[in-house]
Design a protein around this ligand. Structure first.
Ligand code: C5P
Length: 407
């Protein structure tokens, strides 16, 4: 589920070359379910035309303080009245200066002054403009006034220079907005998680692994962070970017994963084992590449430690959540695993429903029974798992039993 669904957003676009990225941002916001009204500054319109934003947002674009399309000709009031937030991306040094001073010479600055909703700005400018004491002073003033500053990013600039001042990419802005709107049901919680497969080396170039993509674990790490948790993610080898705000450490083998978890788990409130940890590893790892001989080759495998069971057995350990990926008899096997590992909550899924793909269908099992979640994208499933986890954690600290059971 996107936390931007049904949100009314005003997207302010001012005059920077990054305005072309704002067109993509508008498209992504609409795709996430937000209703987007674009307000273009005069300089912004020099970079991208109103027609582009109108087509991408599906709504009229506003540029003029004296626009009489609003019923009462009060665009500067009406546009921000129903808004959940105003986001200015890109925000030039000039617009930041005006906002910091409370100046209102055009529609965008006027509606920022007349707003009763949060204001977020994504600066985009040449690195020297960003580093100028006046800009930094204005940014600090805006922060002090409660404005959320997103970025800027470091990297190559349109002028060819390299430094701080690039606008954050639309994907990053979208993720930050999601985080901004997500209910903070896990605020104050520290979560240690595992995700991805493990790789058990046979020799320097070969090993045993599995087809876990890490997508479910990463979606869950992102959802936990968006819900306000501090997340330590211990990840096996995956081809995924770290979710924003998640502290990730990369490991290869189950033994490395176990060591990284045990290093971090003391004092954690929750441990979630999403990783598909290899059950066995080669008893020995050859120092050099094993040569082909034409003979049969036997590998001796030894069992890996069960990280989740070990953490669940810790005295005063965290609240433990497991995952059970099965190919059949989900209810029976997941319940058995929950009991064997001593877990208050386990998330089960049939491998044919989730492994490697972008969607998943899961059932949560806890002391109250089984709770099937509807099939959906892994990020939506992840935020439903987070809601369930938060309810269970709440129930631990309050006498009321807030979960409903469906059997
Ligand atoms: O026993 P099984 O591997 O099916 O259990 C799955 C759950 O246990 C997952 O949450 C997985 O992350 C965790 N696990 C673990 N260490 C292992 C094996 C599984 O933490 N060695």
């Amino acid at each position: 589920m996107s936390w931007l669904a049904e949100k009314n957003l005003v997207l302010g676009v001012t005059g920077g070359v990054a305005a072309y990225k704002a067109a993509d941002l508008a498209r992504q916001l609409v795709k996430a379910g937000a209703r987007v009204s674009v307000v273009l500054s005069e300089a912004g319109a020099r970079f991208v035309s109103a027609a582009t934003f109108q087509a991408l947002s599906g709504n009229p674009v506003w540029t003029d303080l004296w626009d009489d399309r609003m019923s009462n000709s009060m665009a500067h009031i009406d546009l921000s009245r129903g808004a959940d937030a105003i986001l200015i991306a890109p925000a030039t040094a000039d617009v930041m200066a005006k906002l910091a001073q409370g100046l209102a010479p055009d529609l965008l600055t006027t509606l920022c002054l007349a707003r009763d909703c949060p204001l977020l700005v994504a600066p985009a400018m040449n690195r020297q403009m960003w580093e100028h004491p006046a800009t930094l002073r204005n940014a600090a003033q805006l922060k002090a006034d409660g404005v959320v500053i997103l970025g800027p990013d470091h990297g190559e600039q349109a002028c060819g220079e390299i430094g701080l001042g690039r606008m954050l990419e639309p994907e990053a802005l979208l993720e930050l907005l999601e985080t901004y709107f997500a209910p903070k049901v896990l605020a104050g919680t520290r979560i240690v998680m595992t995700a991805g497969p493990t790789f058990e080396a046979i020799d320097p170039v070969r090993g045993i692994t599995n087809s876990s993509s890490g997508k479910m674990g990463y979606a869950l790490a992102r959802a936990c962070a968006q819900a306000g948790a501090q997340v330590n993610l211990v990840s096996g080898p995956v081809a995924l970017a770290s979710p924003l705000g998640v502290d990730r450490v990369s490991v290869q083998s189950a033994l490395e994963m176990r060591a990284a978890v045990l290093e971090r788990v003391a004092g954690a409130d929750v441990f979630i084992g999403v990783a598909a940890v290899a059950d066995y590893r080669p008893a020995t790892q050859a120092e050099h590449k094993i040569k082909k001989s034409g003979e049969a080759l036997a590998l001796t495998l030894v069992p890996n430690p069960d990280i989740l069971a070990e953490v669940a057995a810790l005295p005063d350990g965290p609240f433990c959540v497991g995952f059970a990926a099965e190919s059949q008899n989900l209810d029976e096997y997941a319940a058995r695993k929950r009991a064997a590992k001593g877990l208050p909550m386990i998330v089960g899924n049939l491998v044919q429903d989730g492994l490697g793909g972008d969607e998943n269908q899961v059932v949560i099992y806890d002391d109250l029974g089984r709770h099937p979640l509807p099939r959906g994208p892994k990020d939506r499933v992840a935020s439903q798992i987070v809601s369930h986890l938060a309810r269970l954690m709440n129930a631990l600290t309050s006498p009321v039993t807030p979960c409903t059971t469906s059997t």
